[in-house]
Design a protein around this ligand. Structure first.
Ligand SMILES: C[S@@+](CC[C@H](N)C(=O)[O-])C[C@H]1O[C@@H](n2cnc3c(N)ncnc32)[C@H](O)[C@@H]1O
Length: 450
């Protein structure tokens, strides 16, 4: 239980409190009571990992009733973020209201999706759960250090159809106008919905910030409109309660563009938007999660068809031979058809990947590894994209074994008469590659060791 959120808080919180009283009226006290409680925790499964649900501690999870792959968990007794399963990409930890955003966007397998403000990647990884091989996800964040975290999360989920970029989304307007079937605009906001879980959100809140964010959000809506295909859908969301950043911005879109507001289904505890029954608001006293707003908009105009340049596979003969030999010696899968080499770094790309010109790209498809001189060093993401049967050689250890503890710590294991590369698995799920000679040399990424 938390202290009263207004104790020790400055004038800014009194101002927020007054605004919430105006908004919620008789229901305000229930809201204030809910803010004294602890925030709730949840995760969703990586659906490309078979039977991943079985590795969760069933005693401390409860099914999220409205998110197909989502589960609440009891943080007092269960810490899935510290488990090797997390490092094997079996799930993503995300706030349970935030999960509704990607869940409620009707993504089709072949969609081209842009997650405009994507870091750290909670919505992107859920989009990947819904995309097929022909689909595409561009996950972007303007802030480079946050985009690097996004890239790590995309890597852990081993998403092949994703390109991770770090740019002002406005720069896509020239290259990809009318390109996307679906766009998630999870906008930077004043963060009022996160006051229970993030002290910083409270400390930095001000009415000025609300107004500044509302302006930035309008510019992002302008861009999203241009990037959507005719008939495409924009999911606009924030984790704040202010009408200026939510319903007012949706009205801005409706007044300035030929867009239609699509009704979202309100399940238990989800509230309607203010004078906007199609939108969803989540409040912590009505819904088991933090504050969230979301509205779904459809682009209604017909516009000229555009042509887009696609990126072509590009790899030297020498590098291709080295990668092919690695696959033949160590894996039971074929070398991917479309490879892209960048300074010795090899990516599996998809034929539908657009050429993004000079936009900063952090990840272009699945990173396979690096060709150095005449050998290949396979990557963490390649290991995570494979199944147990895809490895010619592997060592499979239980989640709570000493071997897995040592491995995550970065230690080598004693050799077992094997040679070459193989997979270290945790209860059947790949965690990394190893290289065996006189020891089982650890290839788990240095930055993730603990
Ligand atoms: C609410 S967070 C996104 C959370 C993310 N969608 C998720 O589910 O993990 C908003 C993000 O917007 C980014 N951002 C801020 N201004 C932006 C802009 N003009 N264009 C793109 N991203 C922006 C911030 O760096 C921040 O990472």
């Amino acid at each position: 239980m938390k202290e009263n959120m207004y104790n020790d808080d400055g004038d800014n919180m009194r101002e927020f409190q007054e605004r919430m009283q105006m908004l919620l009226k008789d229901d305000y006290e229930n809201f204030a009571e809910a803010l004294k409680k602890d925030d709730v925790k949840a995760l969703y499964l990586n659906l490309r990992k078979e039977n991943a649900k079985n590795i969760l501690n069933q005693q401390f999870i409860t099914k999220h009733p409205y998110v197909s792959a989502g589960y609440y968990y009891d943080e007092k007794h269960y810490h899935p973020g510290r488990s090797p399963y997390f490092l094997a990409g079996l799930y993503y930890i995300q706030e349970p209201s935030a999960m509704l955003v990607a869940e409620k966007l009707p993504i089709e397998e072949n969609d081209y999706v842009l997650d405009m403000c994507a870091a750290p990647g909670g919505k992107s990884c859920m989009v990947a759960n819904k995309l097929g091989k022909q689909g595409l996800l561009i996950a972007n964040d303007i802030n480079l250090s946050r985009a690097k975290v996004l890239s790590e999360n995309i890597e852990r989920f081993a998403i092949e159809q994703a390109i991770v970029t770090s740019t002002d989304p406005k720069r896509f307007e020239k290259i990809l106008p009318g390109f996307f079937d679906k766009i998630i605009l999870d906008a930077p906001c004043s963060g009022e919905g996160m006051f229970r879980s993030k002290d910083l959100a409270k400390e930095t809140w001000s009415l000025e910030k609300v107004k500044e964010c509302a302006l930035i959000q309008k510019r992002l809506i302008d861009t999203a409109y241009k990037l959507l295909k005719p008939g495409g859908l924009l999911m606009y969301s924030t984790c704040t309660y202010s009408i200026e950043e939510n319903e007012d911005n949706v009205r801005y879109a409706l007044e300035h563009y030929p867009m239609e507001l699509m009704p979202l289904d309100h399940q238990g505890g989800m509230s309607e938007g203010v004078d906007m029954p199609e939108a969803i608001r989540c409040y912590p006293h009505r819904y088991q999660g933090e504050g969230q707003f979301m509205a779904l908009l459809k682009k209604c105009d017909d516009e000229d068809k555009h042509k887009y340049k696609l990126i072509k596979p590009k790899i030297s003969h020498e590098a291709l031979n080295i990668v092919t030999k690695f696959y033949q010696d160590n894996l039971n899968v074929n070398v991917p058809d479309h490879l892209y080499e960048n300074n010795g770094h090899i990516y599996k790309i998809m034929p539908q990947f657009p050429d993004l010109g000079k936009i900063q790209i952090l990840r272009r498809g699945l990173y396979l590894g690096e060709v150095r001189k005449n050998y290949f060093i396979p990557s963490y993401s390649l290991a995570l994209s494979l199944k147990k049967e895809d490895f010619k050689h592997y060592y499979d250890f239980p989640n709570d074994s000493e071997e897995i503890k040592k491995w995550i710590h970065g230690e080598a294991l004693p050799a077992c008469n094997g040679k070459g590369f193989g997979g270290i698995l945790v209860d059947g799920y790949p965690l990394s590659f190893y290289k065996e000679s006189n020891a089982i040399k650890n290839l788990f990424p240095k930055g993730l060791r603990r």
